[in-house]
Design a binder for this molecule. Structure first.
Ligand SMILES: [Zn+2]
Length: 505
């Protein structure tokens, strides 16, 4: 009995233990399954997420493509007015290539049209074409990319929902679509920024601030960037202290006129005046709007102005308290400094009656009337002469400040063809009095305009922009810039260089 009972007990223990063990095994398998299934679920959801993102991006890309295509269609329609509405899907197969070709062709036409018309003009009307140009320009590239991915999206711009279908049915092409979308964000922001730049252009030149050489170089470069199709700059020489002397060429015409400003260091306002004229003329040209009674575009299509806004940068910087002359100047007063760094009055350094007048000059370097060691001794003088020798200038204007009038003929040169007509016209247009014939040879020997008349037999004027007496007379010559518009009668003097182009040639 006991043995039987013990056997039974043992048997029941074995059975129970076996049941418990197998239960544990089952439980552990379940846990593992759950973990596996969790992993599977996780990987599924990752896949799902990545597919979503792909499909989202392809959808977004398709929508962007659609927007762009719509834009290109709009611009194409605006231009040609010949594009028909997309046809039904059955017919679209045969019409697709033709239609997409049409779109591309129309875009291309607009691009080439607007490239030629948009460049010379930034008018309100034309800025519309600029916008069209930018859009169609981008959509050209994009249409060709998209059409390689799917012809459907090209021919059915209005059916946005069709795009996701493409990515589902053609998963192998999905990466290509997302590649398209990768290129798009870089294209996308360019359009609004380039368009919005147009109306917010602010002037580069600030005429109320006198120029240092560094600032004028910077503004010149910026003006050339902004008006690149009509304005360039070229270094024509180097100063005694190795600063560049630049000439700005404004216009597209074969006739040429020359303007020289700032030959006397302290006459800052002639530099600001010339720089502002360059900017306003260039702007009027691009907009093709009249400037007073002048059509700048017509004038600058016939003429090219060669303007040297700061022909004496060393002297200008000395007068700006930002430089030092290379010679000892007696009673040195930088505010009133008129010379170059060698202490030479450049407007007495040109080879015009120089020997006769100045061979035994009592003046010394640093004196206001010092004409130099010999004729054309100065690098600044040589740079201007070289420019004149290399170009067939019809006239020359030499800009100064004190006197509010025009010197136009000297007794030694006598009559130069058209000199009086030239002086009278500019006097009327720019608001200057016209002086009598210069008779004091001690004042005009070695003068730039006098040399030009003799060398080329063509009119050249010395224009003095400021009246002798001013109610707002300032402590320094730099101070005139504070009263820029009133000091030089800007509302009238602004036409000076334009009028010069109308009366000679
Ligand atoms: Zn002067």
């Amino acid at each position: 009995m006991k043995k039987y009972q013990v056997m039974l007990l043992l048997l029941s223990i074995i059975l129970t233990a076996s049941t418990v063990f197998s239960g544990c095994q089952a439980n552990s398998r379940t846990d593992a399954d759950v973990r596996d299934s969790m992993n599977e679920t996780a990987s599924v959801s990752e896949t799902t997420e990545s597919e979503h993102s792909r499909s989202d991006s392809s959808s977004a890309s398709s929508q962007q493509s659609e927007r762009k295509k719509n834009n290109s269609n709009v611009s194409a329609q605006e231009k040609s007015g010949t594009l028909s509405a997309p046809e039904s899907s059955e017919n679209s197969d045969s019409s697709k290539p033709q239609e997409s070709q049409d779109v591309l062709q129309s875009s291309a036409e607009i691009s080439s049209d607007t490239q030629s018309s948009a460049k010379p003009s930034h008018t309100a009307e034309n800025s519309h074409f600029e916008i069209s140009y930018q859009v169609s320009d981008h959509s050209d590239t994009e249409l060709s990319v998209v059409s390689s991915v799917s012809e459907i999206s090209v021919s059915e711009p209005s059916e946005v929902p069709s795009a996701p279908e493409i990515s589902e049915t053609e998963p192998s092409e999905a990466p290509s679509v997302s590649e398209t979308s990768e290129t798009e964000p870089s294209d996308e922001p360019v359009i609004p920024s380039e368009v919005s730049e147009e109306p917010t252009l602010s002037p580069i030149v600030d005429p109320y601030r006198y120029y240092t050489s560094e600032q004028v170089y910077q503004d010149m470069a910026q003006l050339c960037d902004r008006y690149e199709s009509i304005l360039t700059m070229e270094q024509i020489g180097t100063t005694v202290q190795n600063k560049p002397i630049y000439c700005m060429k404004l216009g597209k015409g074969s006739k040429k006129g020359c303007v020289v400003a700032g030959i006397h260091a302290r006459e800052h306002i002639t530099i600001s005046f010339t720089m502002r004229c360059i900017e306003e003329y260039a702007d009027s040209y691009m907009k093709d709007v009249s400037y007073g009674a002048y059509s700048v575009r017509n004038l600058l299509n016939e003429y090219t102005l060669y303007l040297i806004p700061m022909c004496n940068p060393d002297g200008t910087d000395i007068a700006n308290l930002a430089g030092q002359p290379l010679v000892n100047v007696s009673q040195f007063d930088p505010d009133n400094y008129k010379l170059n760094a060698n202490g030479v009055n450049l407007n007495r350094n040109f080879p015009y009656n120089w020997e006769s007048q100045y061979a035994n000059t009592p003046y010394h370097a640093g004196d206001e009337k010092y004409p130099g060691d010999h004729a054309a001794s100065e690098k600044e003088t040589q740079a201007i002469m070289k420019l004149c020798e290399e170009n067939d200038f019809l006239w020359l204007l030499d800009m100064h400040i004190i006197g509010n009038g025009i010197f136009w003929r000297d007794q030694l040169n006598g009559v130069i063809p058209n000199d009086e007509l030239f002086a009278q016209s500019i006097g009327r247009a720019g608001g200057y009095q016209v002086f009598g014939v210069s008779s004091d040879i001690t004042t005009y020997s070695g003068g730039l305009e006098n040399w030009f008349r003799k060398a080329y037999g063509r009119p050249a004027l010395c224009i003095e922009m400021l009246p002798y007496s001013q109610a707002y007379y300032t402590d320094t010559y730099r101070g005139y810039n504070t009263y820029f518009e009133t000091a030089i009668n800007w509302q009238q003097s602004r036409y000076t260089y334009l009028e010069a182009m109308t009366c000679i040639g």
